[in-house]
Design a protein around this ligand. Sequence first.
Ligand code: G1P
Length: 288
Amino acid sequence: MKPVRKAVFPVAGLGTRFLPATKAVPKELLPVVDKPLVQYAIDEAHAAGIEQMIFVTGRGKNAIEDYFDIAYELEATLTARSKTDILATLEGSRLDPGDAVFVRQQEPLGLGHAVWCARDIVGDEPFAVLLPDELLWNPGNPCLKQMVATYEAKGGNVLGVLEVPHEHTGRYGIVSPGTVEGRVTEVKGLVEKPKPAEAPSRLAIIGRYILQPDVMGILAAGERGAGNEIQLTDGMAKLIGKQPFHALTVDGDRHDCGDKAGFIQANIALALERADIGPDVKAFIEKL
Ligand code: G1P
C-alpha cells in the first residue's frame, strides 16, 4: 500500500462571506487567535505524515504564497533583538524548499475542478484533500492522522465525516452507509447536498479526504452536478464498488470557519484553551 505523502488544499475561493475583510486578505489567512486558518490545516497535514502541500490558488491569493516564504527582514530583526520566543511562532509557516507547490484554478468551477487542477502534481499516488475552512480540532490526535490509520487498515479511499442535524444535510456531501464497525462506516453511495427528505443519512463529509489518484481521471470529464459545479462528491461516487471506500467519524471538534458564527466560535473555543489569554477571555465572556 502506498503511503499518503501529498495533500491538496483548495484555496481559490473568493471568500465573499467575509467581505470586506477578504477584499485584500485571503480568507485562509484570517487568524483564529494568532494563527491563520490555513496554518491549522497545514499542521494537521504534517501531523499525519504529509510531506508535500499542494495549494490550488486563484487570482488575488498571492499572499498565501508569501506566507510560506522565509521573511528575511523580520527574522533578522527578531534574531538581532534575541526574540527567540517570537521567532519560534514562525516555525510552522516555513515549509522546506520544494514542499509547497502552487497551482492556479482560473475559474471557480467547483471543488472537483479545483482538485483536478492538481492532477499532475499528485501523479499516481494516494493523496489527502483538506478544506482549510473546516477547522478540525483535536491537538492530541489530529483528524487526518486518525484517517491515515483507517487508510492503513482498509486501503482505498477514506472520508472524514461527522453527524449533522437532519435539517442541515443540504449543506454537505452525505454518505449512504453500509456496514458499521465502531467509527468506520462502509460507503455505499454519496450524494452532494441532498434535501433532508432525500438524505440517505446524517453522516456529512467535513472537508477531509484520502483519495486514490483514479478520481482524477473521472473528474477530467468535467461533468456538472449540484449548483452546476464539477463536484468532488460525484467523482468519488463513481469509484464506489471499484475500490474500498470508508467513512471515519472523526474524533474532534469541528468549527465551520467558512461561516461567520463558526469563525467567531472557533476563536472563542481556541482562546479559552490557551494558558496565556484563556482566563481573561473567560472572565470577559462571563461578564457579557
Ligand atoms: C464542500 C463539498 C461537500 C462537503 C463540504 C464540507 O462543499 O462539496 O461535499 O460536505 O465541502 O465543508 P462546499 O462547502 O464547498 O459547498
